[in-house]
Design a protein around this ligand. Structure first.
Ligand SMILES: [Zn+2]
Length: 270
């Protein structure tokens, strides 16, 4: 089954035509996980999951928002308790070393302080996931020079005893990819696979065991070829499947079937 394991129909980018976008998801017979980045967007993801039986929600405070609001454990736990089977993951959470300077502008004293804060909030998400036996949706991004985000994510997951989840829109190297998979984590691939010229992602897609791969759009961002530069939406995840199929020497239908089953199992989609 075609599943977009990570998108944001809960974001403002869809405010004018959300029902049309959702209609196209229904028409494609697909399932969609809408991922929260703060409390308001997590709430909205749950609303969408209640209104549409092919949609599910993930709850979290994105690392770039840790200076915009506090991690509200009580509110997130309430959303989980009141929406069993609709809330399927915790995230997105993780470490983002690309946008550290933005947090400095929001009042953080130093880069080290921002990193410490992101890690603290990340650990809170891991505990919430463990307490509720839910998988994590992890965001990672290296800085232009600072390439340590993924190793710090790995160490944090390991130290905190995290058990399952996905490193979404995977952007680390292959050595790090192997460590995440050894830890039991899945890797998520976006439209970037359709235009990445570095060869790194291709090598990782070629290597990854099929039972650990997920496909996603991260819509409204990261539109695949041939839609680059336009707003992304869940139905375009098929283009990610096509590219993954080409790299792995599988048929598109096989990739849709395998990655769909992986998502159903990891997120326990009902
Ligand atoms: Zn995202």
């Amino acid at each position: 089954m075609l599943i977009d394991s990570h998108c944001h129909l809960n974001f403002k980018a869809y405010k004018d035509d959300l029902s049309e976008v959702i209609g196209r998801c229904h028409q494609a017979g697909m399932k969609v996980i809408n991922v929260g980045a703060a409390l308001v967007s997590s709430d909205k993801a749950v609303e969408l999951a209640i209104a549409n039986d092919n949609m599910y929600a993930a709850l979290g405070l994105h690392p770039i928002h840790v200076y915009d609001e506090k991690f509200n454990l009580v509110a997130f736990q309430d959303l989980i308790d009141n929406n069993k089977d609709r809330v399927v993951a915790i995230g997105e959470t993780g470490l983002d070393y690309f946008h550290l300077w933005q947090c400095l502008e929001k009042g953080a004293g130093s880069i080290e302080e921002v990193k410490k804060k992101q890690k603290e909030v990340f650990v809170s998400h891991i505990k919430l996931a463990l307490d509720n036996d839910l998988p994590l949706i992890v965001h990672g991004r290296n800085g232009k020079e600072d390439k340590t985000a993924y190793q710090d994510i790995y160490n944090t997951l390991k130290e905190a005893g995290a058990k399952k989840g996905v490193i979404h829109c995977y952007g680390g190297d292959i050595a790090e990819a192997k460590k995440f998979v050894a830890l039991g984590f899945h890797l998520g691939f976006t439209g970037i696979v359709t235009f990445d010229k570095t060869g790194v992602l291709e090598e990782i897609v070629k290597w990854i065991p099929t039972d650990k791969m997920l496909i996603e759009t991260d819509a409204p961002y990261l539109s695949p070829e041939p839609y680059r530069g336009k707003r992304n939406e869940p139905i375009y995840v098929r283009h990610v499947a096509e590219k993954v199929a080409e790299i792995k020497g599988l048929s598109v239908e096989e990739v849709i079937e395998i990655s769909g089953n992986n998502a159903i199992e990891l997120f326990n989609l009902k």
